[in-house]
Design a protein around this ligand. Structure first.
Ligand code: BGC
Length: 750
């Protein structure tokens, strides 16, 4: 009975999630009939073939032979229309049942026109930017026949040592949920069926971002409650948005590799969320269950993965070589295989591949169109965070006649694109140096002396030259950060300091006494405490993509005003990691006046310096909190009001406040709403982001604005592992970042 109820509610949810209207239902019914009819004609070998994904090995003829035999369901890494069509022709015209291939590629933050890395996009706190970026990527990638991208990556990432934080939307569950869903919407467009739509892939399912010590591919140990409260919601949001596919992750969680995790892949994804698309393994992760020590050989790995719910094996070849025998031995059931094939065919039908398998060749190029470049520039503009601006150094004023442009990232067309840009071309990148020369060269004299040629460069001679150049200028624009290769998959760091001699470069430049404006382009938040102190102003741009240069130049000269906010907490030093704002309180929260290490007297009593949850050698506070970012103007929050301070679980609270631009520039503020469930059946975070919105105000303008918050959104997985709103008292803040704000509170009753 319990199972029946579960299945029934899963069906209801599934209907709610995936069926929109009668017309769609008609299409869905036809699709389901076509799937069943095709399935009934397929041999076991052909079914297994659909579950096999290869990476292109180049030779069209050899791949053709396998396709003709029905041994391949999907190919990744083919990026030319004529080749895609050639392969598709074999599948459609020469294989027995003519089932089209699904052509896949990692199109992560752009295909040709590269947008800011996802972490940078998250800094915009603007889902429209994420949607536009994904749409542009879909238009460009689909023009060569790609119909499946392995994005968005929505792993909650709280450890900047982990190189893949660059691909994520950062540390926060709600922000990641909103941005990830927007990316799904952008990739998939209005209908998957449109030739310019890509099937999105929510990855990596799940908890990969919590890899031990930030070392890639490592184990995680996230208990179910934390999984459900923190790591799963962005995936549920992606499923609700209609993401066509999901990818498993490389990590083992509590001893079970994700690729063999039935609880996650079936109980949660299929039964609870009603997902009906494809689950693909990560690259070779079926086979890697042998290295994990979870399977003794490829056959056992294939058995565990299929039975756990992995429909498609990405490049392990384990399904192709073992599934037939596993079925014959009764280790995998025929219905498991049939279900996997149904999922795969369903997405091929939804993409319209059966009706329209080929991509149009010799079309006018859709790469780098003015519209795509404009959208990439807007994304870069909104992604840049102003972390410091002493004495209103920025925007640069009329009295600045000569600028010294220095640093290894000033003119690094490849590196500013960031990680995961298989198809991006540095020849199209516009660097800050280029943009400054082109757009501001008539306003200021530019002396370019990079000092260091790349981020790991340690040359002292270069520093001396840069300092000399700086002495002859009115202001220094220093561009530092990380090469693209220092973040991304398998590129973790044990220390997140600036590489090479960049810290020395900034230090030497600061000693000239000239205004020093530092711009950092990087794949992660770096530990930049000293650099911040030494700089007069500091912009954090992550890796801003193709149009990063013009965006940064406009911000420096005040043609645009920064509005980015940190999507991750910035630690002072690496040793503070993990450091994130929505932590639990502990029984002994850190104390503002804790004794610094050097002030502890000799032979002090064990408890004389207090007993708090903190370090002795570094302040417990971050360098910059989550959600932080300055503007050239100032904003004032006032008059916070709640529609009611005594609410029921089914109510919606309206939170109203006044936001005023009290400075001199028209600018955009990202207002943020945080809530704390003060006391509950399990400990809850000290603060959680619940809403955010960008508001643009003219100088002096003031607006009454509001957020609507359904009380149901305060639900969490409680002591009984039920998702509920527990009655009680809540704190609430509205403000400019997670570290400050107007505060209020309310009570929830049954
Ligand atoms: C990565 C995935 C990626 C896949 C295919 C793996 O190594 O973890 O994120 O989509 O390769 O390239």
């Amino acid at each position: 009975m319990k199972q029946l109820i579960k299945t029934f509610s899963a069906c209801l949810l599934s209907v709610a999630l995936f069926s929109c209207n009668q017309a769609d239902k008609g299409i869905d019914n036809r699709t389901e009939n076509s799937i069943e009819s095709l399935l009934s004609q397929m041999t076991l070998e052909e079914k297994i073939g659909q579950m096999n994904q290869i990476s292109s090995f180049g030779n069209l003829e050899e791949m053709g032979k396998q396709i003709k035999k029905g041994e391949i369901g999907s190919i990744l890494n083919e990026v030319e229309a004529s080749r895609v069509n050639a392969l598709q022709r074999v599948a459609v015209e020469e294989s027995r049942l003519g089932i089209p291939l699904l052509i896949a590629r990692d199109v992560i933050h752009g295909f040709k026109t590269i947008f800011p890395i996802p972490l940078g996009q998250a800094a915009t706190f603007n889902p429209q930017i994420a949607e536009d970026g994904a749409r542009v990527a879909a238009i460009e990638a689909s023009s060569v026949g790609i119909r499946w991208t392995f994005a968005p990556m929505i792993d909650i990432s709280r450890d900047p040592r982990w190189g893949r934080i660059a691909e994520s939307c950062g540390e926060d569950t709600y922000l990641t949920s909103v941005m990830g869903a927007a990316m799904v919407k952008g990739f998939q467009g209005d209908s998957l069926n449109h030739p310019a739509s890509l099937a999105a892939c929510a990855k990596h399912f799940v908890a990969y971002g919590a890899s031990e010590g930030g070392r890639d591919y490592n184990s995680t140990n996230i208990p179910e409650r934390q999984l459900r409260n923190v790591y799963l919601p962005p995936f549920e949001a992606a499923a609700r948005q209609g993401a066509a596919t999901f990818m498993t992750s490389f990590n083992d969680n509590d001893g079970v590799p994700s690729t063999g995790n039935k609880f996650i892949l079936k109980d949660v994804l299929r039964d609870e969320w009603g997902f009906d698309g494809i689950v693909v393994s990560d690259w070779a992760s079926v086979g890697e269950m042998i290295s994990h020590g979870f399977a003794k050989d490829a056959a056992e790995a294939a058995m565990k993965a299929t039975n756990a719910g992995v429909d498609m094996d990405m490049v392990s070849n384990a399904y192709l070589t073992s599934l037939k025998q596993l079925i014959e031995n009764g280790k995998v059931s025929q219905s498991t295989i049939d279900n996997a094939v149904r999922h795969i065919l369903r997405i091929k039908f939804r993409l319209g591949l059966f009706d329209n398998p080929y991509v149009k060749e010799n079309q006018p190029s859709v790469f780098y169109t003015p519209d795509h470049l404009a959208k990439a520039k807007e994304a870069a503009l909104q992604s840049v965070i102003l972390l410091k601006n002493d004495n209103k150094t920025l925007p640069l004023k009329e009295n600045i006649k000569t600028i010294a442009v220095v640093g290894p990232m000033a003119d690094a067309p490849h590196d500013q694109l960031g990680t995961w840009i298989f198809d991006g071309e540095k020849a199209h990148t516009q660097t800050p140096l280029m943009a400054l020369r082109e757009h501001y060269g008539n306003r200021v004299r530019i002396i370019y002396e990079p000092g260091l040629t790349y981020s790991r460069d340690k040359s002292p001679a270069g520093i001396a030259r840069a300092v000399n150049a700086a002495r002859g200028a009115d202001a220094i624009l220093a561009f530092i950060g990380e090469e693209a290769i220092l973040s991304g998959e398998a590129h973790s760091l044990a220390e997140i300091n600036l590489q090479g001699a960049q810290a020395e470069l900034i230090s030497a430049l600061s000693k000239t006494g000239k205004p020093l404006v530092t711009t950092i382009m990087a794949g992660r938040q770096l530990a930049i405490q000293e650099t911040v102190k030494q700089s007069s102003a500091l912009l954090y741009a992550f890796h801003p993509g193709t149009m990063g240069g013009p965006a940064i130049a406009d911000l420096l000269f005040g043609e645009a005003v920064p509005s980015g906010k940190t999507p991750v907490t910035f630690p002072k030093i690496t040793g503070q990691i993990p450091l994130f704002y929505s932590h639990n309180n502990t029984g002994r929260p850190p104390h503002a006046t804790q004794t610094p290490l050097d002030s502890i007297p000799l032979e002090a009593g064990q408890t004389s310096a207090g007993a708090f949850s903190s370090y002795m050698d570094v302040d417990h506070r971050p360098l910059f909190p989550f959600g932080y970012g300055l503007s050239y103007t100032t904003f004032e929050y006032s008059n916070l009001q709640l529609s009611s301070t005594d609410v029921k679980k089914e109510d919606v609270i309206t939170i109203t406040f006044n936001l005023k631009n009290t400075g001199e520039y028209e600018a955009t503020e990202v207002a943020q709403l945080y809530v704390q469930d003060i006391y509950a059946s399990v400990t809850r975070p000290v603060k959680e982001l619940k809403r955010f919105q960008r508001f643009t105000l003219k100088p002096g303008e003031s607006k009454n604005v509001s957020f609507n918050l359904p009380v149901q959104e305060l639900a969490f997985w409680n002591i009984d592992m039920k998702k509920v709103v527990e009655p009680g008292d809540f704190n609430l803040w509205v403000g400019t970042d997670s570290g400050q704000g107007l505060s209020s509170g309310f009570k929830v009753t049954d």
